[in-house]
Design a protein around this ligand. Sequence first.
Ligand SMILES: [Fe+2]
Length: 398
Amino acid sequence: MKRIITALLILLAALAITGCEEAVIIPTDQFQKRPYLLYTNDNTSMTVAWQTTGQTQHAYIDWGSSTTYTNRSVVWGDSANLYTFTIEGLTPQSRTYYQVTVANESATGSFMTAPLAAATNLTFYAYGDNRDGPIAQDGLLARLLIDMRALPDDRQTFCLHGGDLTFYGLDENQWDEYFFNREYTSTLDFLAQFPVMIALGNHEGYSASYLHEDQPGLLARKYWPYPYYAETGESYYSFDYGPAHFTVIDQYSNNKSYTIESSAQYNWIEADLLATAKPWKFVVFHEPAWTASTQEGYHGNNTTIQQELCPVFAQNGVQVVIQGHQHFYARVSPPDGRQYLTLGGGGAALNPPDANAAYLAASAQAFHFARFDIEGDVLTVSVLDENGALLDQFSVSK
Ligand SMILES: [Fe+2]
């Protein structure tokens, strides 16, 4: 009898291990935010973060090159029950499996470290404006995961987010309701496997009463505590990933001074783009310079960015500008030679693009994400909807 019970326990354990890559187990009560990833801007490490529901207690993280997990550390949370642990000493472009355990509950994930700095090929994803549409976001991310799994294994990568991750971004509850919601399994699966690199949206500065606009990104920075944010306290930063450099602009802090030539952020944008030697350069921000609109202003084209910053992008060889805010897909190709994408179909209620917009190359009123494939001197961008239908595809050659 004892042997039978032992055999049954082994079988159950084997089933649990076999299923851990795909299955997401809905937690009962330990995880407020299940594990998600923070890119360290380094190809030999990755930070895993999570938040617990209870009082600060110790948790365990196990990791290794397979789910046998050859390493274990104890991790303590901070006063907000937020835990971060950086796994170091990894090989570039290699897979690491991890498991986080809090009391009797575990959550798993895996990631690829970034490739070598000299790498010539790269895949990454981008979307934005899920805001208050977690169901649509979950469907979209389910498709993104299908897309990623169809790629060669070493193409697992990171994802840009163009902002508006919740409706009231200064309200703690909304982060659990709209972005980290434990009921949406594809979103959890995505977060456990993709570091998400965010640009601030206007909604990251809103409280439920639309007050506190003097604290834009306060909670976004809490949940993405990157050490490489600007020292000014604003949420702009840049990072490298293989052959590409990404410059992420904060449009909301410091009285929105980013387009003014003497401001700290404007000077940083110029210096950052000038300093990088990467062959591929992308700029990310929320409110578009160019989009599918015939209007100017808040929900149209931002002529101030066009006049003050787009020349800086052009002078420094930026190929693609990634934006959001408008809840549709648009690609605008003005005479400055850059491609300006609006990737605002991440889950919030959709809006119609204006087909009469200047220099409009493609548009769609649909939920969508974009996949960027760099192969040496050629970048191919594919924009897909939640059913996998191709909405747009274009290439840029260096
Ligand atoms: Fe927005």
